[in-house]
Design a protein. Structure first.
Length: 440
């Protein structure tokens, strides 16, 4: 019977994908999204109420909403909510929550702690050092003047806290930039730059067992050809074809070791654990862990889940995940993120074409920063929306996504998106890649 109320704590496309999937559950009567966004109702067959005036970190107000509406499940999907301990506070109040506690989520919100944790548990990682002092860090890079590093703020920085540097001069510049991140940059990590191909893999854990949901490949640079500044992710494809049986086994073992390491350290992990990995000559190294779905990875992976998401999430709260088997539809998906052109002034502009897309088969649009006013849609800054195409392979999925994207425009010709999302796997397929994919 549809009598359950689910709360999704997220503002973007990831939250929209969660709302969409929860709305397909026969248990779910209503969905509350905090803060949510104006496009969430588009894909939901159940009513969605948003709270645009709240932030994902407004613990007191969120608890009040959960009490007022007597909600059955809260999905803490956004990293900053994990960091402030929203899960802990909701559990104290007796709510069912999917999403890690503050202590378990430290694996994401403190990169210095996370690297030390990975070292303690002998996970494959690059060489790194942690610093609290600019002068010590500068001494360190001056001793290694020709080394290429990543300089990373230890705290959360909206995906912008990792700076690649080619030599000591650039490294010193990056060290100075750490102050820009405020408290998040007080401690920072300098680590060896690994050259290889990246992918991500997602596990769901109930604190006792875990299952792999799938893999994806994110495109983070702003412009075609993987150039320009790093973004939080501007497109993505799934599954990641680099994940053959050998890579899958290594990644699975990394996730297993991390989850059991967290348990051993008294930080039981319930929720989605995201492994960001890089393959160097056939060996998988950990770049990072995140305590949540990726965004836009969620937009390609969540639609593939065939299970009832309400039941799946409840099984992680109750520690009964072993009674479920995650099933996915084995389709390929590509998501393309639309944003405002980098040089566009951040004023409100009309967005055209959304309703056209709703009629297209095997295409979904998820909003991030689109506001609705009557029958019109408006945008003003940042990542705006995500278009997901589905297909039998990445080539077909990407074609559907791009055909849909061509129908969208922003007043004054101000829409930006990459035109080469998924190129790595498109090339693999064109070169005759054969199915050796454990998920495939
Ligand atoms: P992070 O903020 O740790 O997610 O890093 C952002 C992006 O920087 C990653 O997705 C990688 O593309 C890149 N990156 C971070 N650390 C390294 C590293 N040690 N070697 C190579 N690339 C890295
Ligand atoms: N797309 C990368 C992330 O969510 O961290």
């Amino acid at each position: 019977m549809a009598d359950k109320i689910v709360v999704v704590i997220d503002s973007g496309g990831r939250g929209a994908a969660l709302v969409h999937k929860y709305s397909q559950s026969p248990h779910v009567k209503n969905i509350i999204a905090i803060p949510g966004n104006d496009l969430m109702q588009l894909n939901s067959s159940t009513p969605v109420r948003t709270f645009p005036e709240l932030k994902t970190t407004d613990i007191g107000e969120i608890i009040q909403v959960c009490k007022k509406y007597k909600v059955n499940l809260v999905d803490v999907a956004q990293d900053n909510a994990v960091e402030v301990g929203l899960t802990d506070k909701l559990i104290e109040q007796g709510f069912n929550v999917i999403g890690p506690t503050k202590a378990a989520g430290q694996i994401e919100w403190d990169k210095a702690w996370a690297r030390d944790f990975m070292k303690r548990h002998k996970l494959p990682i690059p060489f790194y050092e942690t610093f609290n002092s600019h002068s010590k860090a500068i001494k360190f890079v001056n001793k290694n003047p020709k080394k290429r590093f990543f300089v990373k703020a230890a705290g959360l920085a909206d995906g912008k806290g990792a700076i690649p540097v080619e030599n000591a001069r650039e490294a010193i510049g990056a060290i100075k930039q750490m102050s820009m991140f405020g408290k998040a940059g007080e401690t920072f990590v300098i680590e060896e730059w690994l050259d290889g191909e990246e992918f991500s893999m997602f596990a769901i854990s109930d604190g006792k067992t875990f299952q792999i949901v799938g893999s994806a490949q994110d495109y983070k640079r702003l412009y075609d050809g993987d150039v320009g500044p790093n973004t939080g992710g501007i497109g993505c494809s799934a599954p990641a074809l680099i994940v053959d049986k050998n890579i899958y086994k290594q990644a699975e073992l990394i996730l297993k070791t991390a989850l059991s390491g967290l348990t051993q350290e008294g930080r039981i992990y319930k929720g989605i654990l995201y492994l960001g990995a890089i393959v160097v000559r056939g060996k998988v190294f950990v770049i990072e862990f995140n305590a949540r779905w990726g965004d836009p990875e969620a937009e390609v992976l969540i639609p593939s889940i065939k299970n009832d998401l309400y039941e799946l999430s409840m099984s992680t709260c109750n520690g009964t995940l072993n009674k479920m088997k995650i099933r996915t539809d084995k389709k390929a998906r590509v998501v393309i993120t639309g944003s405002l052109k980098a040089n566009a002034a951040k004023t409100e502009r009309e967005l055209f074409g959304i309703r056209d897309i709703l009629r297209l088969p095997k295409v979904i649009i998820y909003g991030t920063r689109v506001t609705q006013d009557g029958s019109k849609y408006f945008v003003s800054s940042g990542r705006l929306f995500h278009i997901v195409g589905e297909g039998e392979d990445i080539i077909q999925a990407r074609q559907r996504a791009y055909e849909a994207m061509e129908r969208i425009s922003i007043e004054g010709d101000n829409l930006h998106y990459r035109t080469d999302i998924g190129w790595r796997d498109v090339e693999r397929i064109r070169k005759g890649w054969k199915l050796d994919n454990p998920e495939g």
